[in-house]
Design a protein around this ligand. Structure first.
Ligand SMILES: *[C@@H]1O[C@H](CO)[C@@H](O)[C@H](O)[C@H]1NC(C)=O
Ligand SMILES: *[C@@H]1O[C@H](CO)[C@@H](O)[C@H](O)[C@H]1NC(C)=O
Length: 327
C-alpha cells in the first residue's frame, strides 16, 4: 500500500524533478570558465540535500555583510577569499553545505573579511598548486569560538560540493593574469587556522586529494606559516597528501608585508553596539586558544572527524530515502 501510494505520487512529479531527485551535477566536473559564464546557481536542483544555499552571480548589489555569494577568488596574499558560515556562532560541521564567500577586498560581490580576523598569512606559489595558510580570529567570520572545523571541497557526500555549488576562480594558473575557474581545491578551516589550496590541472589522488578530510592542515598542506607574519613566497611542490609526516617543502624568495598594507576591512559585521565591551573578552579568548589552534589545525581535528561522520550519516540516510522513494 505504502509502495503503491509512493508510486502514485512519483508519477505525478514532472520529469525534471524526477531527474533532480537523483542529485544535481557533480561540482568538480562543472565547468564555467569565467565568472561571466556562471548561472544564478550552479546547483539549483532540489536533490537530497536541497538546492544551493546562496548564488553564484555576484556583483555590487550582493556585496555586503549579508551576502550569500558562493563564488570565491584566490589571486594573491592581498586578494583572496575563504568559505565561512552565514550566521554567527556556527559550527563548520553543521554548515559545511552552506558556507559563503568572505574576501579580503571589494569587487567580488561578497562579504569582506573583517579587520583583525587575519593574524598571519603565508601565500605559497608552488609549481602545481597555490596554498594560502593563515592564523585567524575565526569568530569574526561566524565560526563558533573553539570550533575545530573541518574540510571543504568540491566533492562531498553527493558530489555537489561543500559548500554546495561553491565555485573557485583565480588568476594564478592562467599565465595571462586572467581569471579562470579552478575545479579542484580544498579548505581546512577551524581551530583559529586555515589552509586553502587550489590545484592546477589536478588529477584524482593529486595535490588537492580530498580523502584525508579529518587530518588537518599539517597532513594535507604543510607550511611554516607563523602567527603575525604576512608573506608571499615561492615553494617547491609538497609530497602528495598521504605521506606521514609530510615534510614542509622548501620555500624561497619571500616578500614580507605589514598587514595594514594588505587589508583594510570593516571592523564589525554584526551587533556593533556590543563591540567595545566584547572586544577585550574576544581577544582574551582568542589569545588563550592560540596555543591549541595551530596544533589542532596542524595535527587534525576531532570535530573534522565528527563532521565526516555526520556527512556520512546524512549521505547514507539520503540514499536510503531515495531508494525507498524511487522503489
Ligand atoms: C547581481 O546579482 C544578483 C544576485 O545573483 C542578480 O540577481 C542580478 O541579476 C545581478 N545584477 C546584474 C546587473 O548582473
Ligand atoms: C593582474 O591584473 C590586476 C587587475 O587587472 C592588476 O591589479 C595586477 O597588478 C595584475 N598582475 C600582474 C602580475 O600583472
Amino acid at each position: 500500500m505504502l509502495r503503491y501510494t509512493l508510486s502514485a505520487l512519483f508519477a505525478l512529479l514532472p520529469a525534471t524533478q524526477v531527474l533532480a531527485q537523483k542529485g544535481g551535477q557533480p561540482l568538480a566536473s562543472a565547468r564555467y570558465k569565467t565568472p561571466a559564464d556562471l548561472p544564478y546557481q550552479v546547483e539549483p536542483d532540489a536533490a537530497a540535500r536541497g538546492s544551493q544555499y546562496g548564488y553564484n552571480i555576484c556583483n555590487s548589489t550582493t556585496e555586503n555583510q549579508q551576502s550569500l555569494c558562493q563564488t570565491m577568488y584566490v589571486n594573491s596574499i592581498a586578494d583572496f577569499c575563504l568559505w565561512a558560515p552565514d550566521k554567527p556562532n556556527s559550527l563548520i560541521a553543521d554548515t559545511e553545505g552552506e558556507e559563503v564567500a568572505w574576501c579580503t577586498r571589494k569587487g567580488h560581490g561578497t562579504r569582506l573579511i573583517p579587520d583583525g580576523t587575519l593574524q598571519g598569512v603565508q601565500f605559497l606559489t608552488a609549481p602545481d598548486y597555490t596554498l594560502i595558510v593563515g592564523y585567524m580570529d575565526q569568530t569574526k567570520v561566524n565560526l563558533q569560538s573553539g570550533d575545530e572545523g573541518g574540510e571543504l571541497d568540491p566533492h562531498g557526500q553527493d558530489l555537489r560540493g561543500n559548500p554546495m555549488g561553491g565555485m573557485v576562480y583565480s588568476t594564478v594558473f592562467s599565465g595571462s593574469n586572467t581569471t579562470v575557474q579552478v575545479p579542484e581545491w580544498n579548505l581546512f578551516i577551524g581551530g583559529d587556522f586555515f589552509c586553502l589550496k587550489i590545484c592546477k590541472n589536478d588529477k584524482p589522488g593529486g595535490f588537492c586529494n580530498n580523502i584525508y578530510d579529518t587530518k588537518g592542515c599539517g597532513f594535507n598542506s604543510p607550511s611554516n606559516s607563523q602567527k603575525g607574519v604576512y608573506e608571499s613566497c615561492y615553494s617547491d611542490n609538497m609530497q602528495l597528501p598521504g605521506a606521514d609526516p609530510n615534510p614542509v617543502p622548501a620555500s624561497s624568495k619571500c616578500t614580507q608585508y605589514a598587514s595594514t598594507d594588505l587589508y583594510g576591512m570593516p571592523t564589525a559585521t554584526t551587533a556593533p553596539a556590543s563591540t567595545t565591551t566584547s572586544s577585550a573578552h574576544t581577544s582574551a579568548t582568542s589569545a588563550s586558544l592560540t596555543a591549541s589552534a595551530g596544533v589542532a589545525a596542524k595535527t587534525g581535528s576531532p570535530n573534522g572527524a565528527r563532521a565526516f561522520g555526520v556527512s556520512l550519516l546524512v549521505g547514507v540516510a539520503g540514499i536510503v530515502l531515495s531508494i525507498v522513494f524511487l522503489a
